[in-house]
Design a protein around this ligand. Structure first.
Ligand SMILES: *Cc1c(COP(=O)(O)O)cnc(C)c1O
Length: 390
């Protein structure tokens, strides 16, 4: 059997797959069809420094040869170093490491509820999230996700989530109330279409939350780790979250989630109240240290500049009606996103979609000429997309 056939036969059918990847180098991936693909998705914003990055691979290999796993009953050097570095770079007080975005959000949800329980007792446990949000696939994070299509089949969902309309502060005020302990939001809603929240709305929500001792949780699972041109996107909104969650690009290709706590939330968890077997695994932490060391101010400035460049190029493509997002997290509205994305694969360009948009999440190390190459393919495909019918 080929890889494709084994996959079709043995994997639980949760994914539609159409290409077998055998290797990569920077912004390029190799398929078992012998073709080279330019990758505008980077494993959904995960491969921060591209594929097979030498410094990253060496750090990960070296740590594997020392110790790959310890359990959280013991300390290890890359974990402690990473915690110090993340707190030092952000000003947050403490961090909890897990393995994914959903887990980072679960941790934030648990922290918010315990914070409120410790201060106010039972009953003040509601969390306001936004419509069109995406917070993960576990039961609690699915419940937090404000999209009807995700609230099917798996009933009963976790109680205590209420959904406000994005960029509508009046609606937020209707939804938030005396039983609210936290608000959890993405600043750019990624999965549902790369839509940025307005600064006015976010600052109003942050102000209200601070006034009522409601914790402000920012989900930076996708926007974090340099993706939008700053280390974290909340910096660009001029707000101070109580909790920030991140994952995807943090370890540059290994599973690692992080939940960051400020001085208010740093001491909420006590021994035994939360944990993870794999969370903050030494190998993943070694990979993340390489990523954080890469995300210097000049590097981040270049991400912002490359994002601006890509944005301008996208505006010049036939059929693109608008471009949204920040840095190298962009969405381009087109009439037939799925069709165009499929046609791009044929032409050697891997590209994602989100809602009705084409979604751009290339590795942060992509070069200007690689961006140009992808744009040329996209132009060709867009020009003939009227004829592409499958
Ligand atoms: C991807 C994503 C998640 C879920 O992350 P997983 O690692 O797949 O669990 C949560 N929130 C946001 C904003 C995401 O983009």
């Amino acid at each position: 059997m080929t890889t494709r056939e084994k996959s079709d036969k043995y994997f639980a059918p949760t994914y539609k797959k159409n290409l077998t990847i055998t290797g990569g180098n920077g912004a390029y991936l190799y398929g078992d069809d012998g073709k080279r693909y330019l990758d505008f998705g980077s494993g959904i914003a995960v491969n921060t420094v591209g594929a097979a990055n030498k410094a990253w691979a060496e750090a990960v290999a070296a740590q594997s040869l020392k110790i790959a796993h310890t359990s959280n009953l013991y300390d290890h050097v890359p974990g402690a170093e990473l915690a110090e570095k993340l707190c030092g770079m952000t000003g947050f007080s403490r961090v909890f490491f897990s393995n994914s975005g959903a887990e980072a959000n679960e941790c934030a949800i648990k922290c918010a509820r315990k914070y409120s329980f410790d201060r106010y007792g039972i009953g003040r446990s509601n969390i306001v999230t936004l419509k069109n949000s995406f917070h993960g696939r576990t039961m609690a994070t699915l419940s937090a996700t404000g999209q009807e299509k995700h609230h099917q089949y798996f009933m009963p969902f976790v109680e205590g989530f209420a959904y406000a309309k994005p960029d509508d502060f009046d609606d937020f005020l209707k939804v938030a109330g005396g039983s609210t302990c936290a608000v959890m939001i993405e600043l750019i809603q990624g999965e549902s279409g790369v839509n940025a929240l307005s600064k006015d709305f976010v600052r109003s929500v942050a102000g209200y939350a601070a006034k009522h001792d409601i914790l402000l949780i920012i989900d930076e699972v996708q926007t974090g780790n340099g993706r939008t041109g700053t280390l974290y996107l909340y910096e660009q909104y001029g707000i101070k979250p109580d909790i920030v969650t991140t994952a995807k690009g943090l370890a540059g290709g290994l599973p690692l989630g992080a939940t960051l706590f400020n001085e208010k939330t740093a001491e909420v968890f006590t021994p035994g109240t939360h944990g993870s077997t794999f969370g903050g695994n030494p190998v993943a932490c070694a990979g993340a240290l390489v990523i954080l060391n890469t995300l210097t101010m000049p590097f981040l400035r270049e991400v912002a500049e490359k994002g601006q460049y890509l944005k301008e190029k996208l505006h010049g493509i036939e059929g693109v009606t608008s471009v949204s997002g920040a840095g190298l997290m962009l969405g381009a509205a087109v009439k037939n996103a799925a069709e165009i994305a499929a046609a791009c694969v044929e032409q050697g360009l891997l590209i994602l979609t989100a809602g009705e948009k084409l979604r751009f999440l290339p590795s942060l190390t992509i070069t200007y000429s690689e961006i140009d190459e992808g744009i040329e393919i996209l132009k060709r495909v867009a020009m003939s997309s009227g004829e592409v019918k499958e």
